[in-house]
Design a protein around this ligand. Structure first.
Ligand code: SAH
Length: 370
């Protein structure tokens, strides 16, 4: 029988299991805190529990780990990018960024993605599966274990579409923010979506306090549908209505992500149309010069983003240009995993450029029995 991954169980579920096993109710909370506060990696480390109970737990449950398959440290800033190997040998990416206001971690929510955005490396290899709540938590716990740095802010902007894995993401939020667990306030969490309208509305109704970030990338339905197939189902008008609803329910300004792409979305007309669409909205526009992906033609210089910003400013729309961290280590989502998968298929391929400081860690948790 396959063991249940205990990290995905809520406090209520753990308590129920403990009672079923003839333990007192409070044992659930005790166990939860060993797992999520002290973050032990083995039942034998739960020293406040009887030896007999520890053995019994080990027979029924497992505490999964992620293996660091690759670790890239930027030589330009403090950014560290991990390629984590999941228990079933799939890969996901996690990026740690240091800002003056603390450590920010960008995590993946799916193996691959089924949204098909044209400019995104995650979409190219297609969708494999959803991540479990435990696999999302583990990206935080393993990174903290490796660096000794506590995570202050979390962004769901790695591989995958978080709102396409809605139930697991919600459970992950509850586990993450629990006072007897990691205890990260959801006010320090940002969810990025390509625009799944019903789920945006559902998230708004829950008033969890998370910040919503929407990948807009074009104010024109025809153009947006070309680069983001999700727009064919949920056009811009519906998406922006859902954003207005999000603000009305939560009081939190929505961030509009806009990857500037030469010849695609940064003309004068695009700026005018964008300004018209966003007029009066409580939102923040974040411009990102598109990160080139080998298989695709999309390109933009920082200068192009600055020119587009100037056009927006003249139309009364304030925006920022995202500081690109870790650009030397392929910090854009999906690039590292895609390369690793390719390398698996073709062992002769040279994976990384040699001009950067790269630390490759082979099986750092060697033989932990999971
Ligand atoms: N699926 C979610 C989150 C993952 S993508 C979403 O679509 O928002 C995280 C962000 O990176 C999104 O804003 C996405 O549009 C952007 N992105 C993807 N590929 C990019 C690239 N090549 N250059 C710049 N931004 C990119």
């Amino acid at each position: 029988m396959e063991k249940t991954d205990i990290l995905s169980l809520s406090l209520e579920e753990l308590t129920e299991k403990m009672v079923e096993m003839g333990e007192p109710k409070f044992r659930g909370k005790e166990l939860f805190s060993w797992l999520h506060q002290k973050q032990v990696t083995d039942f034998s480390q739960m020293t406040s529990l009887s030896l007999q109970l520890r053995r019994k737990l080990d027979e029924i449950f497992c505490i999964n780990r992620l293996k660091i398959a690759r670790k890239l440290a930027s030589s330009m800033d403090d950014t560290v990018k991990y390629l984590y190997e999941l228990p079933d040998s799939n890969f996901v990416e996690t990026v740690l960024m240091a800002y003056h206001h603390g450590n920010s971690l960008c995590i993946s929510t799916q193996v691959g993605c089924r949204m098909g955005c044209q400019f995104c490396a995650s979409a190219i290899a297609g969708f494999v599966r959803h991540l479990t709540p435990a696999e999302m938590l583990l990206q935080i716990y393993e990174t903290q274990r490796d660096t000794g740095r506590r995570i202050d802010n979390l962004v769901l902007m790695g591989i995958g579409e978080p709102l396409d894995n809605f139930d697991h993401v919600l459970k992950f939020f509850r586990l993450l923010s629990h006072a007897s667990g990691y205890g990260l306030s959801l006010r320090h969490v940002t969810v990025s979506t390509c625009g799944l309208v019903p789920q945006i509305r559902q998230l708004a109704d829950l008033r969890l306090g998370v910040t919503l970030s929407v990948s807009l990338h074009s104010p024109d339905n025809h153009r947006r549908s070309e680069i983001m197939p999700v727009n064919r189902k949920y056009p811009i008008e519906e998406l922006l209505d859902a954003c207005r609803y999000y603000f009305s329910m939560t009081g939190r300004r929505v961030t509009m992500e806009y990857a500037v792409m030469e010849g695609v979305n940064c003309s004068k007309e695009a700026a005018k149309q964008l300004a018209k669409r966003l007029k009066g909205m409580q939102c923040h526009v974040n411009l990102i010069p598109v990160n080139p992906v080998a298989e695709r033609q999309f390109r933009a210089m920082r200068k192009t983003a600055e020119q587009f910003q100037a056009k927006l400013t003249s139309l009364g729309i304030h925006s920022t240009i995202r500081r690109t961290l870790g650009s030397d280590i392929q910090a854009a989502c999906g690039q590292l995993r895609r390369d690793a998968n390719r390398q698996r298929d073709c062992a002769c391929q040279n994976l990384f450029s040699e001009s950067f400081h790269i630390e490759v860690v082979e099986n750092p948790h060697g033989g932990d029995g999971n």
